[in-house]
Design a protein around this ligand. Structure first.
Ligand code: 5AD
Length: 350
């Protein structure tokens, strides 16, 4: 007999679920009443912990060069159509200056795995940011590096690191990546990061090719085990000139459901309503907040490079998605009963 969703949610909140129970819970996404109730419960849980406060992070896309060849990503090495750029240290600091004026107190340096940004350069940038804006948090999202490298970045003052696990199923991982990339190394990175002391973020795409309820159950079991401080999820969106260019996009409905499940699984987690969600549907980020998300990461990159950081097609880069569009974002959030705040927004589990 199919377990009732109320029982599954109660068990999820109390002791967690096993793989079969997660699969059963994911089946309930198709039931309109269960879906609505689970999203509302997740939003309620977020409100109990964070009130109606939404944290913002200024996202600076520092390089579109990447040594990797992930099948889903528009910035993969073997995409000759990708526009490559890298920001100078001065440009990155200018982004932070603008962001600080706008009210950002977290800067996220994100980029492809670009060897030009070696430890010396990244550490110099982290130190410069920390010196100029000591009240701000620095988050890095620069892919897989050695433990020693992560250690240096932490010592230089970086606070947080985002590295999506992409999928916790090793067979699925191999379907999404070339053989040079392994789930084992991704996991090594995540455990190193957390041991070193970073507030650590994991996450995955929803609807990536080869994903199933079983692989999603593995993702949720991994999150339950690892207990990351942050979880980034968004729909898979096809990118031109990649092996997955013709694959269907991930479902927004399922993404929202998973946001809610993750909120109920890890009540205190920092959970962004991602750019991919905002790019997939017009009010995606507001819907994400109403499903339990509590973070938004507007784009602080120099406007002339934003279109070049094309991990998928039709990425949102203007309006409320842009850091300058903060006023619009504030209004969107007010409309649904939330307010943008400008504290660092550290993990309550720090
Ligand atoms: N669609 C959606 N998300 C993507 N990412 C990379 N390519 C795509 C895509 N085509 C996500 C990955 C990566 C993060 C930076 O962006 O999960 O970790």
């Amino acid at each position: 007999m199919i377990p009732d969703w109320r029982e599954l949610i109660n068990k999820l909140e109390r002791h967690g679920l096993d793989a079969a129970e997660f699969v059963a819970l994911l089946d309930w996404a198709q039931d309109a009443e269960a879906y609505t109730a689970i999203l509302a419960r997740a939003a309620d849980t977020a409100r109990q912990i964070f009130g109606n406060r939404i944290y913002i992070r200024g996202l600076i896309e520092i390089s579109s060069y990447c040594r990797n060849d992930c099948f889903y990503c528009g910035l993969r090495r073997s995409n000759p159509q990708a526009c490559r750029y890298r920001l100078s240290e001065e440009q990155i600091l200018a982004c932070c200056e603008e962001g600080y004026q706008l009210g950002f107190r977290t800067f996220v340096l994100q980029g492809g795995e670009d060897a030009w940004f070696d430890d010396t350069r990244i550490c110099r940038i982290i130190s410069a940011i920390k010196q100029s804006w000591p009240s701000c948090a620095v988050t890095l999202s620069l892919g897989e590096r050695s433990r020693e490298s992560y250690q240096r970045l932490y010592q230089a003052g970086a606070d947080r690191y985002l590295l999506r696990h992409e999928t916790a199923d090793s067979q699925h991982y191999r379907l999404l990546h070339p053989p040079s990339l392994t789930l084992a190394n991704r996991m090594r990175c995540l455990y190193d990061l957390r041991e070193i002391g970073f507030q650590t973020g994991a996450g995955f795409m929803v609807g990536s090719p080869g994903q199933s309820k079983q692989t999603l159950a593995e993702d949720l079991l991994f999150l339950a085990r690892f207990r990351p401080h942050m979880v980034g999820i968004g729909p898979f969106l096809p990118a031109s000139n990649t092996p997955f260019a013709d694959q269907p996009p991930g479902s927004v409905h399922l993404t929202l459901f998973l946001l809610a499940v993750i909120r109920l699984l890890l009540p205190k987690v920092l959970l962004p309503a991602t750019t991919a969600l905002g790019s997939a549907v017009a009010d995606g980020r507001a819907q994400g907040i109403l499903a339990g998300a509590n973070v938004i990461m507007p784009n602080l990159s120099p406007p002339e490079v934003r279109q070049k950081y094309a991990i998928y097609d039709n990425k949102l880069t203007s309006g409320a998605e842009a850091a300058e569009g903060l006023r619009e974002l504030k209004q969107q959030m007010q409309k649904i009963g939330y307010q943008i705040v400008t504290d660092r927004g550290d993990s309550p589990d720090k």
